[in-house]
Design a protein around this ligand. Structure first.
Ligand SMILES: [Zn+2]
Ligand SMILES: [Zn+2]
Length: 109
């Protein structure tokens, strides 16, 4: 499909794709404690670790890790939906990128 011989590093991502990736690699999230509303724990989604006492003792997946994963999945779904915006002219979701510009793959607008 790719006919040019550029290195992978030279591939220009669309601003939306960059935003999507940045969200995806940001694994760390603050989750509020259920019992103490002033208390927040740092959860690392990738490593599945949490700062709370329960996790430190048991190493088990705690409420905070569960919440963080749920939140991140919701965010990713929303982002994916936004990135798949429909063409205003023909309603197609096929988008091609020319530099920074987005173009509809079906009608070319
Ligand atoms: Zn926890
Ligand atoms: Zn179109």
């Amino acid at each position: 499909m790719n006919t040019n011989h550029k290195k992978t590093d030279d591939v220009k991502l669309s601003p939306r794709a960059v935003e999507f990736l940045q969200t995806y690699i940001r694994h760390k999230l603050m989750v509020q404690s259920r019992t103490d509303r002033t208390c927040w724990y740092m959860v690392d989604i990738a490593a599945k670790t949490c700062e709370c006492e329960h996790h430190r003792k048991t190493k088990a997946e705690c409420f905070h890790i569960e919440q963080a994963i749920k939140f991140r999945l919701h965010q990713l779904r929303t982002k994916a939906e936004q990135a798949q915006s429909k063409c205003p002219s023909c309603g197609s979701i096929k988008t091609v990128y020319e530099g920074d510009r987005e173009r509809c793959a079906d009608c070319g607008r």
